[in-house]
Design a protein around this ligand. Structure first.
Ligand code: BES
Ligand code: ZN
Length: 834
């Protein structure tokens, strides 16, 4: 563990910053002067954060002060006459612009035959200090006046509207309005050649969506419309007006995560904001809506009211992960967003949270560098979001909303911790919210409830080896049977249970149910006609129970065989997953793999026959999304005519961008599966390079990495570190697809070990650093691979950002190897009898 850093706000409380920055893009440098006021709680010294900055001059109250740079990015300013109280500090400094994608960094794009650049910032969690000296802690809220001097003929955006702009000797000076009281991690600016579309909310807040000139103007419309409506929606839901006069949403060509909620200047990866009607799919639009909804919710929850310290970062993210769905569901009930939520985030949470050693939602953070190590999305977003959803059910929608409104009203422009939110919800609902929630957020894991004929019993649910556990949770049962308690607190209760009883209706509580085989069969046969969410949940729970060894994997075979009539796309997500569970048993064996392929065909024949290749006018989004999944299964099953048809459609289209977007991915996959020569391979790579659409690029990568030609797979691996082909933001995707492909698994795993220095240099310190260790663990399944994983990663546990992901990775592979060992005969025999 890292040592605790001192909190600088305990010695100096900033009130206002005046920041002037001159940016020399071409020289990759910047220089600036920051003037700040505030009160010092000690004599003689003031300490602020500064990282990789050259400090040139320091004055305090007009007198020159001396300074020294120490550990933990601390810059200490000294003047012996200084006494506690109000002071004005002025610091002159300079720094350099690097490609690291935090602090101030360039984004690259091609337009009009030239490579161009935007400059953007990414300050969360603690990168503001790389651009100017400040008290870089969330609790150190202050107002900001920002002035930027840049090159001319570009757009310059900040958190606030422009107050004044003038050109002086080829320099553009942009001065922004004063910001409200805010944390340094939410400050941002973006400069460069961009275009925009504008609209206003009901109350007149200006909303803009921006992108580089390489993106078509139509690609901004979808996000703009959704952003305006969602801003209106949240104003009503949260009971507090959007706090700033404008909100910009900017798509950046290089971006380390998905998006960032900078106040009034939200930044995104292109794929998370842009939806060109010519190339976007239904899914890609839903994704944009989700990300916009997420970042907009932070404008209140996170920005207006902010956590005191990083140990409550989960609260920001869990909350946003849950809330983002509410406006979407209200505007588009037909999207089935809660089904998506159940089949993505909830599912990830249930899988991850079952491994011994997983972190609790709320984890101590001594140093912001540790944030990378605790950023397990399945837990911080998935489980945390699920717990907020469980809480809403526990207190009821009305009290949930009223409690939130009270929280915003009471704490606006201030800082809080989780307990402040629980207390507001407790006051409103008169239920013991704090006690209830802390039992879930402070402890790792979750329970399985075993349902017998005359009892219910809870037990911690584990996948893989674990020490005994006697932890008990207060479980909201949400049962169909009124004889059962609303919250199960005991280990076991005796009660008679009939076979129609189901638990966790709506899937809001964070537990799974283990029905007896009879009971499960009965439910599976009777719920075909009811809510698809019930089927999704039941099947997902069954798959989890195979992972833990409670039921045999071979039981998935009949379950799949009888599911061909299923027509709901999200439920198909789980069926696909169940099929995926079986793949590990047949990976290195052609004969048995052929049986699994046959199962894939059997499973998808009915729906493929119903849907065919071409969409019908006015068909449901469900069917539009389901069609490519069925084609993908037919391709996996090697249906020759489907492979041929993919090739034909690809050749007819002539180029990737004119393919039907919904089918683009599978057509490319089929085309590659049909076998491509070097010319065709290079043609796809060239289209990847020339396309401005990140969605198109993703489809090309997905298809290419499914190649069955070893030389081509090697070539793809060798390109990962080549920045002119693969943006560093996308490199982990290439790797993940390649390590999942049976034919490139070993090659990719070797590649990772040989290129670890590059991984470390490129992502070290970033929260995506652990992706490589995480996804590798998801793909390996033999004893030899396990031994290699242990050997390679154990020494890397010295890095705080990797410890947990490595330990969990080892547990995960160990569990998989043991499962394959013990159940292989049974599974293979069942598959052979199809
Ligand atoms: N605030 C986060 C991004 C972040 C977190 C940056 C911690 C640095 C440190 C942002 O709101 C977020 O959650 N982004 C997600 C996308 C979201 C829609 C799931 C991301 O980047 O993955
Ligand atoms: Zn977030």
């Amino acid at each position: 563990m890292m040592q605790t850093v001192s909190r600088l706000i305990r010695n100096f409380i900033p009130v206002h910053y005046d920041l002037s920055l001159t940016i020399e893009r071409v020289n990759r440098t910047f220089s600036g002067v920051v003037t700040f006021t505030g009160s010092s709680l000690q004599d003689a010294t003031i300490t602020v954060h500064a990282k990789d900055l050259k400090i040139e001059t320091v004055t305090i109250d007009g007198h020159t002060a001396s300074f020294s740079q120490g550990d933990d990015d601390e810059l200490t300013l000294t003047r012996s006459e200084l006494v506690r109280g109000e002071h004005i500090v002025v610091i002159g400094f300079s720094g350099t612009i690097t490609d690291q994608m935090h602090g101030l960094y360039p984004c690259y794009f091609d337009h009009d035959g030239a490579t161009k650049e935007l400059l953007a910032t990414q300050f969360e969690s603690h990168h503001a200090r790389e651009v100017f000296p400040c008290i870089d802690e969330p609790e150190a809220k202050a107002t900001f006046d920002v002035t930027l001097s840049t090159e001319t003929n570009i757009t310059v955006l900040g958190n606030m509207p422009v107050k004044r702009q003038r050109e002086e000797d080829d320099v553009l000076v942009t001065q922004f309005e004063t910001s409200p009281r805010m944390s340094s991690y939410l400050l941002a600016f973006v400069c460069g050649e961009m275009h925009k579309k504008t609209a206003t909310t009901k109350r007149g807040v200006e909303v803009n969506v921006w992108a580089t000139m390489a993106q078509p103007p139509e690609s901004l419309d979808f996000a703009l419309d959704f952003a305006v409506k969602t801003t209106d929606y949240y104003e009503e839901y949260f009971g507090v007006e959007y706090p700033l006069p404008k909100c910009d949403h900017v798509a950046l060509p290089d971006f380390t995560s998905g998006a960032m909620e900078n106040w009034g200047l939200i930044t995104y990866r292109e794929i998370a904001l842009l939806a060109d009607p010519a190339t976007a799919t239904v899914d890609s639009k839903h994704y944009v809506a989700m990300v916009v909804g997420h970042e907009l919710s932070h404008q209140w929850f996170g920005n207006l009211v902010t956590m005191k310290w990083w140990d409550n970062l989960w609260l920001n993210e869990s909350f946003a992960n849950f809330i983002e769905n509410i406006p979407i569901h209200s505007m588009h009930p037909d999207w089935g967003i809660w089904m998506d939520y159940a089949s993505t985030w909830s599912l990830m949470a249930l899988r991850r949270d079952a491994i011994e050693g997983v972190q609790p939602v709320q984890t101590t953070v001594n140093h912001p560098d540790e944030i990378g190590s605790l950023f397990d999305g399945a837990i911080v977003y998935g489980k945390g979001g699920r717990l907020i959803g469980m809480l809403r059910q526990y207190v009821g929608e009305d009290d949930f909303k009223a409690g939130l409104q009270q929280y915003f009203e009471k704490f606006q422009y201030q800082n809080t911790s989780g307990d402040d939110l629980w207390d507001c919800l407790e006051t409103v609902s008169k239920k013991p919210v704090r006690e209830f929630m802390n039992k879930w957020v402070l402890r790792p894991g979750y329970p399985v409830v075993h349902v017998g004929e005359n009892y219910l019993e809870q037990e911690q649910f584990f996948i893989g080896e674990h020490a005994p556990s006697d932890v008990l949770w207060p479980i909201p049962l949400a049962a169909t049977n009124d004889a059962l308690p609303s919250v199960l607190e005991e280990k076991r209760i005796d009660v008679v249970i009939d076979k129609s009883t189901r638990l966790n209706i709506g899937n809001w509580s964070h537990f799974i149910t283990h029905y007896s085989d009879d009971h499960f069969e009965h439910l599976l046969n009777t719920i075909q006609t009811t809510d698809p969410l019930d089927r999704l949940q039941l099947l997902n729970e069954r798959v989890l129970l195979t992972r833990s060894g409670h039921v045999s994997n071979s039981s998935l075979v009949p379950m799949l065989k009888q599911s061909g009539d299923e027509s709901n796309e999200s439920v198909w997500g789980i069926l696909n997953l169940a099929l995926g569970e079986l793949r590990k048993f047949v990976e290195f064996d052609d004969e048995h793999r052929a049986h699994l392929k046959r199962l894939a065909l059997l499973l998808s024949d009915t729906q493929f026959a119903r849907l065919g290749w071409d969409g019908r006018d006015g068909e449901s989004e469900n069917d539009t999304k389901l069609r490519p999944s069925m084609i993908a299964l037919q391709l996996y099953g090697e249906n020759e005519s489907v492979v041929r048809e993919s090739r034909r459609r690809y050749q007819d289209a002539g180029d990737v961008e004119s393919l039907d977007p919904e089918l683009r991915g599978v057509i490319l996959t089929g085309h590659v599966k049909a076998g491509i020569d070097d010319t065709q391979f290079n043609e796809l790579l060239a289209m990847h390079k020339s396309s401005a659409s990140a969605t198109v690029q993703e489809d090309i990568i997905g298809a290419l990495t499914g190649s069955e030609d070893t030389e081509q797979l090697k070539k793809l691996l060798s390109l990962i570190t080549n920045k002119s082909v693969v943006r560093p933001q996308d490199a982990s995707h290439w790797y993940i697809y390649l390590v999942r492909n049976r034919l490139s698994k070993t090659l990719a795993w070797d590649w990772l070990r040989n290129n670890w220095d590059w991984v470390e240099a490129t992502y070290g310190g970033d929260k995506s650093y652990d992706d490589f260790a995480r996804y590798t663990a998801g793909a390996l399944s033999t004893q030899q691979q396990l031994d290699e994983y242990v050997e390679f990663f154990t020494p890397l546990k010295r890095e705080p950002g990797l410890v947990r992901v490595i330990e969990l990775g080892i547990s995960e592979i160990t569990a998989r190897v043991a499962l394959v060992e013990s159940q292989k005969q049974d599974v293979l025999a069942t598959l052979a009898k199809l």
